[in-house]
Design a protein around this ligand. Structure first.
Ligand code: DGJ
Length: 726
């Protein structure tokens, strides 16, 4: 677990717990990639070039090296590599956007580089820094490789400095580039639409260029930045698997390109269409962090690497290590809330053993529907005649904590804020302003806007204990221009917007240290590592229909841990009147931190009793859900069910799920092989009393599908009897 810079051999070797990454500085000038894979003691690695006709080469080295056919560490535009490039820089003096950076030196240091206002993973062990110069533009490039050894993750970012005399313009900025040797690989990505986020898609990688992209100013519902490149034969437990993600929440580009030789280039970064950055002489730019991981043991292990990484290095320590079970007002009342309704709601929540009530949209300014009020962060006096503080105290007196919804980045044209500051809106001069959900986006690149929001929330919640914020964001960015920025900087608007957003998040966390933040963007529209670095959990999707949630949670589980996946039992298909559906909704919601979306003022005593039981039940395994290791067994796309389990690291406790997508008239039997079960011991299911040996669990727990819809089985196995000695 280290970085070795072998100057004499022009080699650099990075090691994490199970992986190894090797590069060579070819001819002392060009960093080329040799290997990323399983850790090996003394692998024989030599640089090979599969030279092809029409590929350019330097006369000095002949066809032994062409940037077009070598595995490059970080490819530049226009310098003889015809594949997609990681960096394109326009030189206003020379009038070209070609660069050819040459290696100057490598150094290593403890910890990680500072990324300024960008989110960054914490607790890195070491960083490799490659310093390179481009003699024509006089730009200096620093490539960073930061190690998180226990999670088998290496993160990548860069810093570029203009050391010349003219302006430079960054036209494409990819944080990570990795060339993978020739092979038959599949791409696994998570793309869909609102509200069916992160639908898993596996497709062969063919020759050509494939992009996963968001141009929406947010990571989006439509395409998650996380993706995997896996051996065509890879399964949950076997095969080579590479994974990639971006610690950023705005527009991004993932680029996957298979070249003429069958090699694959994978890149993650800010891309080009939605990004541009001016570097005046002396100025520098630091890219967001992208992360990669590798597993030789299949897709499941790769997911667990990312889960471990996110839990240990990305997520903030939550003020609530065990998450509050919340009752949220949105699906119960939508905008029809007031003090008395919410206090009764809180009483109902307390009666059912819940920890917190969240007052969703509709509590401030003139916000009685989605057409007005966003931006005016003052409690509405008609709804809370005695003030927000007095109302919240009444809620907290019922015995539950209090959470509140905010949507800081947005503004309705029908708001006092817009009437006072029409210039505070992301918009393009001379062009019609566009709406989405009747709202516009505040110019978070403008420090006055960020300050206004800080002042508003400071005043609004002065002297009040808020235990939880639900930070929402309900539109994507068109006309992505900050009126505040000067013309030459306007194309930086979307990037600088994100810096303002992260600043406000950090301020909120500092100003309300006891509060946790649940992130939301119309559900899971910003389900990314950038948001996770400033929040505790994320509202997985607005779609609370359990049958749909099975697919959403399955897809989400590939890149993200259960502890961030906020899951509520809701009353979307008669869950409040049909006990079987309510059990089913609960079993699906047990995939992450639990909550409810019921109108508790209207439900029957039986339903309340059921909620109480469910919450008591959840308490027994919430630790395992939040901290356990995930093993997927069956795919809802292929097997008609999603089956998986969470295991305690020592495997003495297992929570096994069988979630049937819909009724199966053939009532097939599914065999769930619990490979982590300990041999020679007996487990007991604490829910049903079923006793079963570890060996039998390994051979397979047999589950017969039900002919009807809404069917789920949950088993909570703990060691039993004499086996407790284990
Ligand atoms: C979208 C969110 O995803 C919902 O949960 C709710 O908070 C609404 N916005 C409120 O406007």
């Amino acid at each position: 677990m280290s970085i070795k810079i072998l100057n004499e051999e022009n080699r650099i070797i990075l090691r994490t717990k199970n992986t190894m990454y090797v590069m060579e500085i070819l001819y002392g000038k060009y960093p080329v990639h040799l290997y990323y894979g399983r850790n090996q003691k003394n692998p024989e690695l030599t640089f090979e070039n599969h030279y092809c006709a029409f590929s350019p080469y330097y006369d000095e080295h002949g066809t032994k090296f062409s940037p077009d056919t070598a595995m490059m560490e970080y490819p530049f535009f226009g310098m003889g590599d015809f594949r997609a490039s990681a960096l394109r820089l326009y030189d206003s003096v020379g009038g070209t956007n070609i660069t050819d950076f040459v290696f100057r030196k490598a150094k290593k240091f403890r910890g990680r580089p500072d990324l300024g206002g960008l989110p960054a993973a914490e607790g890195a062990s070491e960083t490799l820094e490659l310093i390179m110069d481009d003699p024509v533009t006089r730009a200096e490039l620093h490539l960073y490789y930061t190690l998180f050894p226990a999670s088998d993750v290496i993160s990548r970012s860069f810093m570029i400095k203009n050391k010349g005399k003219g302006d430079l313009e960054l036209e494409k900025a990819m944080s990570l580039a990795l060339d993978i040797p020739k092979g038959d690989y599949d791409l696994i990505s998570f793309q869909s639409t609102y509200p069916h986020e992160r639908a898993m898609c596996r497709e062969p990688i063919y020759q050509g260029n494939r992009r996963i992209v968001s141009r929406r100013g947010s990571s989006s519902h439509h395409a998650n930045p996380f993706f995997m490149i896996v051996d065509r034969k890879a399964t949950e437990t076997r095969g080579d698997a590479f994974g990639f993600n971006f610690v950023y929440s705005g527009s991004y580009l993932d680029e996957i390109e298979k070249d003429q030789n069958g090699m694959i280039r994978a890149m993650v970064g800010l891309g080009e269409e939605s990004f541009h950055y001016l570097l005046k002489p002396g100025e520098s730019f630091t890219s967001p962090e992208a992360v990669m991981s590798y597993s030789s043991k299949g897709i499941g292990e790769l997911s667990r690497n990312f889960h471990r990484f996110t839990k240990n290095h990305i997520l903030k320590e939550s003020p609530y290590p065990l998450r509050p079970v919340v009752l949220n007002s949105w699906e119960a009342f939508y905008f029809k809330i007031n003090e008395e309704i919410m206090v009764d709601f809180a009483k109902g929540a307390a009666e059912c053993g819940m920890d917190m009530v969240v007052m969703d949209d509709g509590w401030f300014g003139s916000r009685r529907n989605d057409r007005a009020g966003l931006g005016d962060w003052t409690p509405c006096p008609e709804l809370f005649p005695n003030g927000l503080g007095a109302f919240i105290k009444r809620v907290q007196d019922t015995g539950v904590k209090f959470g509140i919804w905010i949507e800081p980045e947005m503004i309705n044209p029908d708001s006092d804020l817009y009437r006072a500051h029409p210039d505070w809106v992301i918009s393009c001069e001379g062009r019609d302003r566009m709406l989405s959900r009747h709202q516009m986006i505040l110019d978070m690149a403008n420090p006055d806007v960020v300050q206004y929001l800080k002042d508003s929330f400071d005043k609004c919640f002065e002297g009040i204990r808020i235990d939880y914020f639900k930070w929402d964001m309900n539109r994507n960015m068109s006309h992505a221009v900050s009126p505040y920025l000067p013309p030459e900087r306007k194309r930086e608007s979307a990037f600088r917007y994100m810096l303002g957003v992260y600043e406000l998040y950090r301020w909120l966390l500092e100003r309300f240290p006891g509060a946790m933040i649940e992130n939301c963007s119309g559900g899971g529209g910003r389900f990314d590592l950038g948001m996770m670095s400033v929040s505790t959990q994320i509202w997985t999707s607005d779609n609370t229909v359990p049958e749909d949630r099975i697919f959403i949670q399955y897809g989400t589980s590939f890149g993200y841990p259960a502890s961030v996946m906020s899951c509520h039992v809701a009353n979307r298909r008669s869950e409040a009147t049909d006990p079987r559906r309510m059990d089913f909704g609960y079993a699906v919601a047990l995939g992450g931190p639990l909550g409810y979306e019921f109108n508790i003022l209207k439900v029957s005593d039986e339903v309340k009793e059921k909620m109480k039981q469910q919450i008591r039940d959840y308490r027994r395994y919430e630790k395992l859900i939040l901290n356990g290791d995930l093993y997927r067994l069956k795919s809802p796309y292929e097997d008609g069910c999603y089956a998986y389990y969470y295991a305690k690291p020592d495997n003495t406790e297992l929570l096994v799920y069988y979630l049937q997508v819909k009724g199966d008239p053939k009532q097939r039997t599914h065999k769930l092989k619990i490979a982590n079960a300990i041999r020679g011991v007996t487990y007991r299911d604490t829910r049903s009393g079923l006793e079963v040996s570890g060996d039998d669990l390994r051979r397979g727990l047999m589950i017969q599908a039900d002919k009807d819809d809404a069917y789920a089985r949950i088993f909570h196995f703990t060691l039993y009897g004499s086996s407790l000695k284990y």
